[in-house]
Structure formats: structure tokens, C-alpha cells
Design a protein around this ligand. Structure first.
Ligand code: BG6
Length: 497
């Protein structure tokens, strides 16, 4: 595959929360890859800001360690790493305190040809003070950009407060709300698949599609993260990643690929989501919490055992929802969403289940034509599989069989699949908001999520457990089987029924 590297303008990227895990695990390795590919050079600067008393040398050492740890050896060389880490500097600054801001002022270059971006990888409670200081000290120019990391609130009300605080300083066209799923190659590929092919769009509707499944299953646990216990899978995964995937699958074709054209269409989907009323929550949603196993040969802790205080906790680590979109295209087509930690395996995929053919010309002995199914595997082993009926090759008369047309990205393309943050970090510098959530999208997503959360919070029912290494609580199976359908499990690829 040929890749096109278009250099960006030099930048000053100020990263608040630079000592955090996200910076070393995701941001630094992503920037390294872009630097190594020549997309930016040492005229650009990354200025780390945090309360911890680091200096420039310590920041560069952390950047170097992060590259050594998270970038595969084949992409590393000393000369490139030396140049790359020379872009980094550090300013110790308690962002809620006026001192320290002057030093940042001195580090920022006023040259109009240098793009200025502020990356807020900090708790949303300090978004407002940071934005206020940036404004007071006149650091936020009209062309500056601000990048917001999740969680962007814990419900509609808190997300409005966060957005209001940011909007007092930055216009919406300067705000980049990260949902890193939008930066994933295969997620962007959904747009290509749907809108760069003639094949699918005419049948992408309720006349031809029976239902859609979106699964984001993780095999890892939460590791007792305190943040997760406040949040749970509904807020952590469904409100953002799963709903964004649903939007990309369900939206009408935008007129252009311009950011607002696309975001307008996603917003229409979110607004057309049928609200799940409180008395419907038990029927249309399932939550669960993983339970550990202990035997002579295995021992995996459950969710509460991993918590520092040992629980108890009613936080859900699994969610399944039957979502419906009330519009012309999707009337009567359920979207089954499912996500969880410590599930049977790590797999994210979108399954488009087509309807049965209206009439079969084949007799019973020849086999029953099975409905087509398209499986878009987002990770790992990115692929698109289209299950078709064919004649079983060879003698023996007509016998029908279902086989996948398999487009495996690893087999087809030689290039490395870039990490989501590589694309997103530089889209900020390019000023391209296409893969970022607009304020109204975020708020529409919360508006749909909040009643589910409230119903769960009000419910006296215990959170069902599911054993680690399974596909979630039995209620999730019942959710879909009640409708006469089944979940497409990853290991079923050869025989999807
Ligand atoms: C994050 C969630 O947004 O996405 C994590 O906070 C989750 O809990 C992660 O593990 C999953 O991302 P990915 O890219 O590994 O699928």
C-alpha cells in the first residue's frame, strides 16, 4: 500500500496532564510515528505541563522511555529518537494556581505560522480553570485549538457545564473532543465501505437488513481503576464509542466528507434513537459485573476483588442494549449493542445481518439458502467478511454452502496500521474536525443514555454476575434470542449460524 505523508505546519502542542499514563502510552508513541514518517520535524514542540516537579530533561527521558516501551523495535533508531525527544520540554504548573503560567507564556511562540494547540488530558474538573487562565493570559488565540479527553461529563447536565466552560473561551470550531474509536483505521474504513462503493448503499435499509450487532469485547479487566468504578461500561464505552459506531453505520450519506456535513448526519441518528423509557429498561438493556474464578489450575479475580477497597460495588462491567432508530431507513431494524470487560476474547466487530431471500428455487436436499451476513472486524485482525451462498464445488449435484469472501487487511496490505491517536493528534494541527465529536452530538448521546442510567440507579435488582472469560450474563443472550436472533460470536466465523 502506498501511504501519502503530507507534512503539517510546525506546532506548539501544550499537553496538560503530561505526567499521566495516556501521554506515555498513547500520545508520545503516536507522535513518534508521525515524526519518523516526516510529517513534522524538530521545528515543532511538545510542551508538557503538570503539577509534578519535572524538568525538560525528565520529560525527554520519559518520552524516550515511552518510545522504547511502546514502539516496536523495527521502527526505532537512535538518531530519530534523539531528534524526536529534543522537541519536548516541560513546565511544572499547578493549573489552578496563577504562578507558573508566565513560564508557559515564554515557551509559546507568537509566530502566526506556528499552530498552537492545548491538549487537556486532565480531569474535566480542571477544564474550566485551565480555559479561564488561557483566556486571561491571552494564550488562546482565535486560531488556537483545544483538545478534550474523555470523560466529558458523567451525564447530560455535567457535560453541558464542561462544554459551557470551554465555550466561554473557545469557539466550537476550535474544540476537538476525542473519541479515539473515530481515529481507528477500520472505523474510518466504514465510511469508505459505505460511501465509496455502489454495492451496499441501495440495500442498506430495513427492506434488506434484518438487524445489526455492534460488539466491543475486551478480555482485560479494569485493574481496579477508581475512575472506572465511578463510570461503568455504559458511560465508559456505550455513550461514546458504541454510539459513534452506530452513527457511522446508520447515518444517511453526507453530501461531502466535510466535518460538519458528516457530524450533521451523525447527530440526526442520535436524535432518532428511540428513548428507552424507565419501564422498558429491564426489557431492552442488560448489565453485568464480572465474577472471578478460582480453581486448582486458574485464579482470576472478579471486579470487586480488584478494587482497592474490596467493594462492594454495583458498577457494571458489561452492557447489552437493544437500540432502535426511529426513521424511514431503520424502522423495525434493531441494533444490538454489547460491550464488556473480561469477556471470552478481545474482539470488536459490526455484524450486518441481511434478510432471507424471498423465495428459494432449491429443494430441501440441496440446502436452505442462508441470509447474507457482513462482518466488519474492527480489531484485532482487521477484516471485512461477506458471507455468501455458493454451490459446494465438485460432483454430487447442487448442494448449497455458505462461505465468507474475506478481505483481511493484514494479508492484503503491507503497511503498518496506524494507531488512532496518530491520525487524531495531527488532524488537530491540520484543523480537520471530521473525526471529533461536536458538542450537540455529545449532548444528544447523553440525553439517550441518562434514562438508562437513572433506571439502573433506581432499581433494587442486583447487578447480575458473569464469569470471567464468558460472553456476559445470560440475560444478554436472552435479550437477542427473545427476538429469534443470536449473537455472532467471533469463533463462529467459519459457520456463522
Ligand atoms: C477507553 C476506555 O475509552 O477505551 C477503556 O476508557 C477501554 O476502558 C478502551 O479499555 C478500549 O479502547 P481500545 O482502543 O483498546 O479498544
Amino acid at each position: 500500500m502506498s501511504s501519502r505523508i503530507i507534512p503539517v505546519l510546525p506546532f506548539d502542542y501544550v499537553v496538560f496532564g503530561a505526567t499521566g499514563d495516556l501521554t506515555s502510552r498513547k500520545l508520545i508513541p503516536a507522535l513518534y510515528h508521525r515524526f519518523r514518517d516526516g510529517q513534522f520535524d524538530e521545528r515543532s514542540r511538545v510542551i508538557g505541563v503538570s503539577r509534578t516537579k519535572w524538568d525538560d530533561d525528565k520529560m525527554r527521558q520519559v518520552a524516550r522511555e515511552s518510545v522504547l516501551k511502546y514502539v516496536p523495535e523495527e521502527y526505532r533508531d537512535d538518531a530519530t529518537i534523539d531528534l524526536f525527544v529534543s522537541c519536548f520540554s516541560y513546565i511544572p504548573n499547578d493549573v489552578t494556581d496563577q504562578d507558573g503560567w508566565a513560564e508557559l507564556r515564554a515557551a509559546l511562540r507568537d509566530d502566526a505560522g506556528i499552530v498552537r494547540a492545548f491538549y487537556l488530558a486532565v480531569a474535566p474538573s480542571v477544564f474550566a480553570p485551565i480555559c479561564n487562565y488561557l483566556s486571561q493570559m491571552d494564550y488562546a488565540r482565535r486560531d488556537s485549538r483545544v483538545v478534550l479527553e474523555k470523560p466529558l461529563g458523567h451525564d447530560l447536565e455535567s457535560s453541558i457545564q464542561i462544554n459551557d466552560a470551554v465555550a466561554r473561551v473557545f469557539n466550537e470550531d476550535q474544540v476537538y473532543r476525542i473519541d479515539h474509536y473515530l481515529g481507528k483505521e477500520t472505523v474510518q474504513n466504514l465510511l469508505a465501505l459505505r460511501f465509496a462503493n455502489m454495492l451496499f448503499e441501495p440495500i442498506w435499509n430495513s427492506a434488506h437488513i434484518d438487524h445489526i450487532q455492534i460488539t466491543v469485547a475486551e478480555s482485560i479487566g479494569t485493574g481496579g481503576r477508581a475512575y472506572y468504578d465511578q463510570s461503568g461500561a455504559l458511560r465508559d464505552m456505550v455513550q461514546n464509542h458504541l454510539l459513534q459506531l452506530l452513527c457511522l453505520v446508520a447515518m444517511e450519506p453526507p453530501a461531502t466528507s466535510e466535518a460538519n456535513a458528516l457530524r450533521d448526519e451523525k447527530l440526526k441518528v442520535l436524535r432518532a434513537l428511540k428513548p428507552i423509557a424507565e419501564d422498558d429498561v429491564a426489557r431492552k438493556t442488560v448489565r453485568g459485573q464480572y465474577v472471578g474464578v478460582k480453581s486448582d489450575t486458574t485464579s482470576v479475580p472478579g471486579y470487586v476483588e480488584e478494587l482497592a477497597d474490596g467493594g462492594p460495588s454495583t458498577t457494571e462491567t458489561f452492557v447489552a442494549i437493544k437500540a432502535e432508530i426511529e426513521n424511514w431507513r431503520w424502522q423495525g431494524v434493531p441494533f444490538y449493542l454489547r460491550t464488556g470487560k473480561r469477556m471470552a476474547r478481545q474482539v470488536s466487530e459490526i455484524v450486518v445481518q441481511f434478510r432471507s431471500i424471498p423465495h428459494s428455487i432449491f429443494d430441501h436436499a440441496e440446502g436452505r439458502p442462508r441470509p447474507n451476513r457482513m462482518v466488519i472486524r474492527l480489531q484485532p485482525d482487521e477484516a471485512v467478511r461477506l458471507f455468501l451462498m455458493i454451490k459446494d464445488p465438485g460432483p454430487g449435484g447442487m448442494r448449497l454452502r455458505q462461505v465468507p469472501l474475506n478481505l483481511s487487511f493484514a494479508e492484503t496490505f503491507e503497511a503498518r496500521t496506524p494507531e488512532a491517536y496518530e491520525r487524531l493528534l495531527l488532524d488537530v494541527i491540520r484543523g480537520n474536525q471530521t473525526l471529533f465529536m461536536r458538542r450537540d452530538e455529545l449532548e444528544a448521546a447523553w440525553r439517550w443514555i441518562d434514562p438508562i442510567r437513572h433506571a439502573w440507579d433506581d432499581s433494587a435488582d442486583p447487578v447480575p454476575g458473569y464469569t470471567v472469560g464468558t460472553w456476559g450474563p445470560t440475560g444478554a443472550i436472552a435479550l437477542i434470542e427473545r427476538d429469534g436472533r443470536t449473537w455472532h460470536e467471533a469463533h463462529d466465523d467459519a459457520n456463522p449460524f
